[in-house]
Design a protein around this ligand. Sequence first.
Ligand code: SAM
Length: 320
Amino acid sequence: MTVANIAKKIQNKHNLNHIYAHNVARSFAYMDNFSIGMEDESLKEKPKPFVKWVGGKRQLLVQFKLRNLYPPEKFNLINGRYFEPFVGGGAVFFDLLPEKAFLSDLNNELVITYNVIKNNIDELAKSLKKHKYEKEYFLKIRTKDPKKLSDIEVASRFIYLNRTCFNGMYRVNSKGGFNVPFGKYSNPLICDEQNLRRVSKVLKNVEIKCQDYKEVLKKAKKGDFVYFDPPYFPVSKTASFTSYTKEAFLEKEQIELRNTFLELHKRGCFVMLSNSDTSLINNIYSGHKGVRITKVEAGRAINSKASGRGKITEVLVTNY
Ligand SMILES: C[S@@+](CC[C@H](N)C(=O)[O-])C[C@H]1O[C@@H](n2cnc3c(N)ncnc32)[C@H](O)[C@@H]1O
C-alpha cells in the first residue's frame, strides 16, 4: 500500500486534515508498522507546542487564516518546503504540519529540547516524571549549568522550568543564565507525555538547528515558504522584551532582517513576517513592490503594568 493510500485511510478513520494524515502515514510507513497507525487513538489530536513561549502565535493564526494571509494559497503543502528560522514554541509549524520543514532558533537549549523530543522521547519522559513542583527544588534545578548537562538533562530541565516558572516565560541575564522566578500553579503538568509523543512523531523528518536566521538564505529556493517571527521591535522604551537570548535585536538587526526578507522575495519564496506595529517596522517594509503590510489585532500580556495589557495591533508582512 502506498503512503498516499495509508494517509487516506488514516484521514477518514480519524477525521484528520490531509497534511497531518499524510505525515502520520509516512512516519508509520517508515516504522513498517501501519497497523499501529490505524488503532492509535492518540492520533485524533494534532500535536501542539510543548513550551509556552512569549510571542506565541496561536491566537493570531485564526485571524491570519480568516484574512487569507496564511498559508500562502499557492504554497504546495505536500511538496513545498517550510522554513521557520525563529521557531520558539513553533505555533505556526504545529498548525501547518508541512511535509518538509527546517526549524531553527538561536536558543541552544530550546533546539536541544526539540531534538531530544524527536530522537529520545522515552528517556525524556522518564526524566520528566522525576521532577517535583517545589520552590526549593525549582531553584536547585534553575542554578544548574546546562553546559555541564547531557542533552536529555538539558531538555528535561528546560521543559520543567518552562512549566513551573512564573508565566512560563523564558528570560536570561547578560551571561545567558535563566532568571525567571518560581511560578504559582495549582498542579502544573510537567510531563504531558501524550503531546510529547505526538510532537516526536511529527518531528521525525524535520531538521532542527541552532543557528542565526540568516542561514535560511543558504537553503531556501523558489516556491518555499519562510515565516519570520523575530523578537519584536519594542513599542516603547519600557515595553522592550528582547531577552530570549543574550543577543539584542534592535534597529540594526531589524533592518538586516528586512534585507533578508527582500532577498527571499526576489528569489520567489513565499515570505511572511510578524512584528510590532511601530513606525520603524512600517517604514522599512513600505515601498517595496509586491510587499504588503496588514495590521492584525493581538492581545499580548508581556507588559507587567495592567494598562499595557490591552489589545494592541501587530503587523503581518507578506509578499503574496
Ligand atoms: C517571537 S519569538 C518566536 C515565537 C514563536 N513564533 C512561537 O510561536 O512561539 C523569537 C525567537 O527568535 C529567537 N532568536 C532571537 N534572535 C535570533 C537570531 N538572530 N536568529 C535566530 N533566532 C533568533 C529567540 O530565541 C526566540 O525563540
